[in-house]
Design a binder for this molecule. Structure first.
Ligand code: DOR
Length: 445
């Protein structure tokens, strides 16, 4: 079955030309890492690197900057339709652009959930009208994300989704999940799983451990993630379908995935900035900006995640950008919704905990934000090879800045990183050869 456009982005395209001079070009897809010039002609990376002589082609002086394929965040909640007090496609994509992301994958837990082609069509239309970066869509695994009845996966595929997930929820019925994987395999769609056993995590609002005991808050133990990761490994082996473990937080999950990969199981995984930078000790002031699902865990889990990133057990970095309005978060810890925003801080956090801490080098880190998500999702993105789409992110690797939640492009402010000093940031976000955002000029410049 041919989908409408499995890897076409949703905003209107206005391809442009651009000459990027003298940057450190890092293209993990090809192993390229060198100082050089990059030319984009009519929205595509050109073979030639010479600026056309006549030149009406604008130039960016990228000396001292990293020139990377446009960053892709494959875990973003845009909240439209149904949650426009938290975020819209317009504001969420502006947050993405300001964070250096040229593409994002929108989660389907909207209201109504994206469990049929009608909702995907609505989101696609809104993205065409209002998005400033590429929006790729996911569809639900089950109707209403209730975990009972399969969503029409073939119709979702035809409507253009590039993956399925019930993110925010986890299919508990193993038979339903098995059939979902059988269907997904027919279309080579990636199934993304939010790994959470509901019985083991029932009522939990933070990691089960020392701090949950001290604070008197119900615990969400890491075993609740681990058993679903183990289930997913077995179901992937049985069905031959590709499965992706979302927002991995537990050290034991990393071990299970590493062992499964060694056996050739088609499982992949992602890590989030907050699980790498924070532990459950941060919850001690009952600040709801430290509440997310899965929860912050312990130092040993953090170390296992870092080791998993270093040996490529975890091949994806993403944000789980989950905006919530202040009035929703400003309640008792146990009552607050799970989730924090991430698009505008993630690159800086990754630079701090991965590059500065020497866990990964730049090509390794950028691979997890470009070519790896592009390959998993079958997107024609994530490389600077000649002929590729001219999506490029320029990054200043040594430009310390302080996070100010009040200045976010996102409609929401629920970040645990307010006041943090981060080592660097994106300076230009370029989509189809067009600068959609720059640090100096903001949007359109
Ligand atoms: O913290 C989270 N928030 N985790 C999820 O899985 C869902 C998300 C949301 O939608 O708010």
């Amino acid at each position: 079955m041919t989908p409408v456009s499995p890897s076409s982005p949703l905003p209107a395209r206005q391809p442009a030309s651009l000459f990027i001079r003298g940057g450190r070009i890092i293209d993990p897809a090809s192993g390229r890492d060198e100082i050089g010039d990059l030319l984009i002609l009519d929205g595509r990376i050109a073979e030639s690197t010479a600026r056309p002589a006549d030149s009406s082609v604008p130039m960016i002086d990228a000396r001292g900057l990293i020139v990377a394929p446009g960053l892709i965040d494959m875990h973003v909640h845009l909240r439209e339709p149904g949650g426009s007090q938290k975020e819209t496609i317009a504001t969420g994509t502006r947050a993405a652009a300001a964070g250096g992301f040229t593409s994002l994958l929108a989660m389907p837990n909207t209201n109504p959930p994206a469990d049929g082609p009608h909702t995907i069509a609505l989101m696609s239309q809104r993205a065409r009208e209002t998005a400033c970066v590429n929006v790729f869509t996911t569809g639900c695994i089950t109707v209403g994300m209730k975990g009972e009845q399969l969503a029409p996966i073939g119709s979702l595929y035809k409507a253009g989704v590039v993956a399925i997930t019930d993110d925010g929820h986890c299919v508990q019925n193993n038979e339903v999940m098995r059939r979902a994987l059988d269907y997904a395999r027919m279309f080579d769609l990636l199934t993304l799983d939010h790994c959470q056993d509901y019985n083991l995590s029932a009522g939990g609002v933070m990691h089960e451990g020392y701090w949950s005991t001290v604070l008197g808050l119900p615990g969400w133990p890491r075993i609740a993630e681990d058993v679903i990761v183990a289930r997913d490994i077995l179901l992937s082996e049985l069905t031959g379908a590709r499965i992706h473990a979302q927002h991995i937080s537990s050290g034991d999950s990393v071990r299970l995935i590493r062992e499964a990969k060694r056996r050739g199981v088609k499982i992949s995984a992602e890590a989030m900035p907050h699980h790498l930078a924070l532990t459950d000790a941060s919850v001690q002031h009952y600040d709801t900006n430290f509440k997310m699902n899965p929860p912050l865990r312990e130092r040993a889990d953090q170390e296992a995640l870092l080791a998993g990133l270093a040996d490529d057990t975890i091949e994806i970095l993403a944000s789980d950008h989950a905006p919530h309005a202040s009035y929703e978060k400003e309640v008792e810890f146990a009552e607050a919704p799970f989730g924090i925003v991430g698009l505008e801080t993630e690159l800086g956090i990754f630079m701090k905990v991965l590059i500065e801490a020497r866990v990964l080098d730049w090509p390794q880190m950028l691979g997890k934000l470009t070519v790896n998500p592009a390959r998993l999702l079958n997107l024609d993105r994530g490389t600077l090879a000649p002929g590729a789409v001219g999506d490029v992110t320029l990054i200043h690797p040594g430009l310390p800045w302080v996070v100010e939640a009040g200045r976010f492009q996102s409609l929401s402010r629920n970040t645990p990183f307010h006041g943090w000093e981060l080592p660097g940031r994106a300076t230009h976000t370029i989509v189809d050869g067009r600068v959609v955002w720059s640090l100096e000029r903001g949007f359109g410049g």
